[in-house]
Design a protein around this ligand. Structure first.
Ligand SMILES: *Cc1c(COP(=O)(O)O)cnc(C)c1O
Length: 336
């Protein structure tokens, strides 16, 4: 038995999900004729109280489209230094949108309205025009930390005041919502555009959506096309996402429980310096400077446990719907 905790993207569709996919009604979505994609787009837009949604192949694409439609060349985005859009999208903001980034040093990726205010550039030709604020919730590099709704609301006020666009990278926003019990629409109100992923904790094989106003999504559709993201009978994929949304959201609390138990297992380990885990589905373990991350990962791998390096001294483990209590028990043995 291999226990794969490298990411919550490693899940495979369940038999029930596959059945839903096989039964999907499909059409050519580039002609706007795939009923299952239209159903998913309607459903997810309503879920967060937004006017419209656009189905895309990946979360990177939804984020990149959001940056493109929310900015002009020479603009600047305010985001945290840990953010996915800065670290893990291949420099896409510069490549696709010709914008720079002002990086904030938040608390596990979470910054405040004040941090934002202090980093809006003055209207002066020496500076890039600040035009967008990007938040991530939960924060991947923050060990799944949750951005508090009060703080998000305060930042949204600054965005309105200063006429900046607000974007959420919500690849794991469902984890945040299940953890806090907050209403999706209360989050939706704070953002111009939101990215959500069905292929992370929700267990669909492929699929993300960008949400926003009708006008924003109409423009997003043009950008998706030029990035090569127009898909044809992709309703088979959208059916998996609908299934995921209807069946796999509440169960995220099981992933959170198992991540907590996993974090606890490291408490008494001599080689561990620090553990970051925010009570959602990510655990980041920092190991002593004189120990090697790759040696430890290789030793685990030999015993059937997979995780990823996450910086020079850090290892990330992520729980997901194919990680069971039996596997959790097995991890105890591997770590012993
Ligand atoms: C996974 C992830 C994405 C999107 O990744 P894709 O692999 O392109 O779907 C975006 N933001 C965060 C925070 C993520 O963890």
């Amino acid at each position: 038995m291999t226990i794969d905790l490298r990411s919550d993207t490693v899940t495979k569709p369940s038999d029930e999900m596959l059945q839903a996919m096989m039964a999907a009604e499909v059409g050519d979505d580039v002609f706007g004729e795939d009923p299952t994609i239209l159903m998913l787009e309607n459903k997810i837009a309503k879920y967060f109280g937004k006017e419209a949604a656009l189905f895309c192949p990946s979360g990177t694409m939804t984020n990149q489209i959001a940056i493109r439609i929310n900015t002009q060349p020479q603009d600047e985005i305010i985001c945290d230094q840990t953010s996915h859009i800065y670290n893990y999208e291949g420099g896409g903001a510069a490549y696709n949108s010709m914008v720079s980034m002002k990086l904030l040093c938040g608390d596990l990726g979470r910054f405040t309205a004040n941090d934002v205010k202090e980093n809006i550039n003055p209207d002066d030709i020496h500076y890039a025009r600040t035009s967008m604020i990007a938040l991530e919730n939960t924060v991947n590099k923050g060990g799944g930390s949750v951005f508090p709704l009060d703080v998000i609301k305060d930042i949204a006020k600054v965005a309105v005041e200063k006429k900046l666009k607000m974007h959420l990278d919500g690849a794991r926003v469902f984890n945040a919502l299940v953890k806090t019990g907050e209403k999706p629409v209360d989050h939706g109100k704070c953002f111009h555009t939101m990215s959500v992923c069905f292929s992370k904790g929700l267990g669909a094989p492929v699929g993300s959506a960008l949400l926003g106003s009708k006008e924003a999504i109409a423009r997003a559709k043009r950008v998706r096309k030029v990035l090569g993201g127009g898909m044809r009978q992709a309703g088979y994929l959208a059916a998996a996402c609908i299934y995921a949304l209807e069946n796999n959201v509440q169960r995220l609390k099981d992933d959170h429980r198992r991540a907590n138990q996993l974090a606890n297992m490291f408490e008494d380990k001599m080689y561990v310096e620090n553990i970051i885990s925010a009570g959602t589905n990510i655990v980041i373990v920092s190991i002593a400077k004189d120990k090697s991350v790759s040696d430890l990962l290789n030793a685990w791998k030999k015993k059937g446990l997979l995780a990823v390096p996450f910086g020079p001294n850090d290892i990330r483990l992520v729980t997901h719907l194919n990680f069971t209590d039996d596997m959790l028990q097995k991890v105890t043995e591997v770590l012993a």
